[in-house]
Design a protein around this ligand. Structure first.
Ligand code: ADP
Length: 471
């Protein structure tokens, strides 16, 4: 029973292993190893075979030359036989020798005992045509390699030797090769698997982290960063950065949702109060007043919701922009004209310093909204008798629009926060506003692939710089 379960567990683990990258990497690595070894074996075997064969044949040819020289000295077969007999006494009878007349009939042959069964007469059927000619004759388990030459009197001389020695050497080579390759292969596979699973550990941790995030929805988990800066390390870093960003975005969304809820609660409560008061009164004038107030309040809420939707459209890239070349000097003059009245009331001088005919590329209505919001803030946050300057110029591939005021300025710690949705500084509470103007400005400028920045000194004034690409 337990054994059965063990086998089942093993099966499950092996099945899972088969789907891992480490397993596949090892398998490919193993295949490459086997292929490499096979190629190595094939070529070295070929080289070894041909070099031993060459050396064997050289030995035969050398012997053939000795006998030929002996015979050519006197053209006497007896002298040759004498030499052979001498050799035999010295036990150098390794070679098969056959001497035949010009029509290849055997005159004499010496066959060493191990090849006794070779029918020498068979060789009479193959008179040599080339010099030296090689014949291969089977001799039981051995194979004989025979070189034949014609002597100056057209007699035939043949010398041969067995290939058993060579085949033995090759068999030993094969054996040694397999005996070393198989353990090496096993070692390489194990090493490969170990290295692959070590290298893929951060990836597994990444998968774990993703799973935890998916199942628990918690984005605060981070993958441990390995000290090695490889591709997986980079992936882990990028992944953690992505989580940081998602975390930030989620927090931003939560915060703005909280803010919106909070900011809508006040006008909604006011609306309810108005309706309650109106219901308690029987005076038609009170009813009319309450309705007018409710209308104003709902207008205020609608404007806030519209702006919020515009911001999220611009931020997510779904805002429809019809970017066209436009005369910036004209547009700015139009907007400045619009605020002239409010400015004059506060004795604020609005100056525009824009070269005539200066062109920019933007969506006309959206850019008007951006500049109007900035100018509105400048006039709003500049005390009586102040100064607001609007200037612009083209620089390289961008149009730079600068709006400088001599207003109350922004505290350095507040500068990063003024772009947030619904953020209003304490200093600005006395002024009308939703705290959405700059968020919209920034989102629209970004949707134009542009940028916006601010420098400010509390009590002295602020300078907003918008840059828009010309193309
Ligand atoms: P608001 O409706 O409050 O003007 P904005 O998003 O336009 O909202 O601005 C956010 C905050 O940035 C303001 O509440 C104000 O504190 C600050 N601010 C914006 N423009 C200026 C300016 N020109 N001078 C000083 N403070 C400014």
């Amino acid at each position: 029973m337990t054994e059965n379960r063990f086998l089942q567990n093993l099966k499950v683990h092996l099945g899972r292993l088969r789907h891992t990258l480490g397993y596949r990497l090892t398998l490919w690595y193993g295949l490459a190893f086997v292929l490499g070894m096979a190629i190595l074996f094939f070529f070295s075997y070929l080289l070894l075979t041909s070099s031993i064969q060459q050396s064997d044949q050289e030995k035969i040819l050398l012997q053939l030359d000795v006998y030929r020289a002996e015979y050519e000295k006197s053209h006497s077969v007896t002298d040759l036989i004498r030499l052979l007999n001498r050799e035999q006494e010295e036990r150098q009878n390794l070679f098969l020798i056959r001497f035949a007349d010009p029509v290849n009939r055997t005159i004499f042959a010496r066959v060493p005992p191990q090849w006794r069964r070779v029918p020498v007469t068979l060789l009479e059927n193959y008179p040599p045509r080339t010099e030296p000619e090689w014949l291969t004759v089977s001799a039981g388990e051995d194979q004989l390699e025979i070189a034949s030459v014609r002597l100056s009197d057209f007699c035939v001389l043949q010398v041969g030797a067995g290939t058993a020695g060579r085949l033995n050497t090759l068999a030993t080579f094969r054996r040694v090769f397999w005996l070393t390759t198989i353990p090496m292969f096993a070692f390489a596979m194990l090493g490969g698997f170990f290295v692959a699973s070590r290298a893929l550990r951060p990836l597994r941790e990444l998968v774990e982290a993703v799973r935890t995030i998916i199942t628990t929805g918690k984005t605060d988990k981070r993958v441990p960063v390995s000290p090695v800066e490889d591709e997986i390390g980079e992936l882990v870093l990028d992944f953690n950065q992505m989580l940081d960003r998602i975390d930030g975005l989620l927090k931003g969304m939560r915060d703005s949702l909280d803010n919106v809820a909070h900011d809508l609660r006040t006008p909604m409560t006011r609306l309810r109060g108005m309706a309650e008061m109106a219901l308690q009164s029987n005076n038609p004038t009170d009813h009319r007043e309450a309705l007018a107030d409710a209308l104003e309040e709902s207008e205020h809420m609608l404007s806030m919701l519209r702006t919020l939707m515009d911001i999220s459209e611009a931020e997510t890239g779904t805002m429809k922009l019809s970017v066209q070349p436009l005369n910036l000097a004209e547009l700015v003059a139009e907007i400045a004209e619009l605020y002239q009245f409010v400015a004059e009331e506060k004795s604020i001088a609005i100056t525009t310093e824009i070269p005539e005919g200066l062109m920019a590329a933007a969506d006309r209505n959206r850019l008007r909204q951006v500049l109007a919001n900035l100018l509105d803030n400048a006039v709003k946050y500049t005390p009586e008798g102040g100064k607001v300057t609007l200037s612009a110029h083209n620089q390289g591939d961008s149009t730079i629009i600068t709006l400088r005021d001599s207003g109350i300025g922004i505290a350095p710690e507040e500068i990063p926060r003024i772009w947030e949705r619904l953020y209003r500084s304490d200093a600005s509470r006395s002024e009308r506003g939703l705290g959405l103007g700059l968020s919209l400005v920034k989102a629209v400028v970004k949707a134009h692939q542009g940028d916006i920045s601010v420098t400010s000194e509390p009590g002295k004034g602020s300078t907003f710089v918008v840059s828009l690409p010309l193309k």
